[in-house]
Design a protein. Structure first.
Length: 228
């Protein structure tokens, strides 16, 4: 089952947990170093009451800059990075291509949207998963292919970590996307060897496409019954 939590709410919840953990690390380091709240406050140009308030976890408006300064005063350094997790807001093209694909693929496939990784704390998710008895296909939609190799790498890691049998990337048949696939198709072929039309035909028949695939969907052609 996919998560019904909104991306913004999920981000806030994640932020609170990260802030709580960082502040807890600060407090342990401060106590271990025998530093008083007053000493920390003076170093930051803050009051000891502000430091105490922050340590209790009530300072949810604490900025990244202030958090970094707080940690630095206790001998710690803040490290941050962002990474693709899936489950963010989708643009109109992504929503459209997922809806189009769902309309093309029918039972015996079952569809679940926003399927997270089966790893505790892992924020990544498939845009959707097609499943039938003992067989699953992870599906991601890309409205515009900017870095084909990055998409390749990201989807292959998700396939490895989620254990799905096949991975499918959906892209609209725009001139830009076709140009990118034309240029980088040879590099993608080792991980996504099944041609678009072959994979789509197999999935529509309820069959294993035989490998991973990048499926190019052209709304006009699909509506006319012509495979991309």
């Amino acid at each position: 089952m996919g998560s019904t939590e909104r991306p913004a709410d999920r981000g806030r919840r994640r932020g609170r947990l990260l802030l709580r953990d960082a502040v807890a690390e600060f407090r342990r380091a401060r106590v271990d170093a025998s530093l008083s709240q007053g000493v920390i406050g003076r170093a930051l140009g803050r009051s000891d009451a502000w430091v105490s308030w922050t340590e209790t976890g009530r300072n949810e408006s604490l900025s990244v800059v202030d958090l970094s300064a707080l940690l630095s005063c206790s001998g710690l350094e803040l490290s941050m990075r962002a990474y693709p997790s899936g489950g963010g807001l989708r643009d109109t093209a992504q929503i459209g291509i997922l809806a189009e694909f769902r309309g093309l693929v029918v039972p015996p496939w079952a569809w679940a949207g926003e399927v997270p990784m089966p790893i505790a704390g892992d924020l990544r998710a498939w845009d959707g998963v097609l499943s039938r008895v003992r067989f699953r296909v992870g599906v991601d939609a890309e409205s515009r292919l900017r870095d084909a190799q990055d998409v390749d790498r990201r989807v292959m890691l998700k396939q490895r970590d989620s254990g799905v049998d096949r991975a499918v990337i959906l892209v609209p048949g725009t001139r830009t996307n076709r140009a990118v696939l034309q240029e980088f198709g040879h590099a993608l072929r080792s991980n996504f060897p099944i041609p678009s039309a072959v994979a789509l035909q197999a999935l529509r028949a309820g069959e294993d496409p035989g490998g991973n695939a990048i499926i190019v969907l052209d709304r006009r052609r699909s509506a006319m019954g012509i495979r991309p």
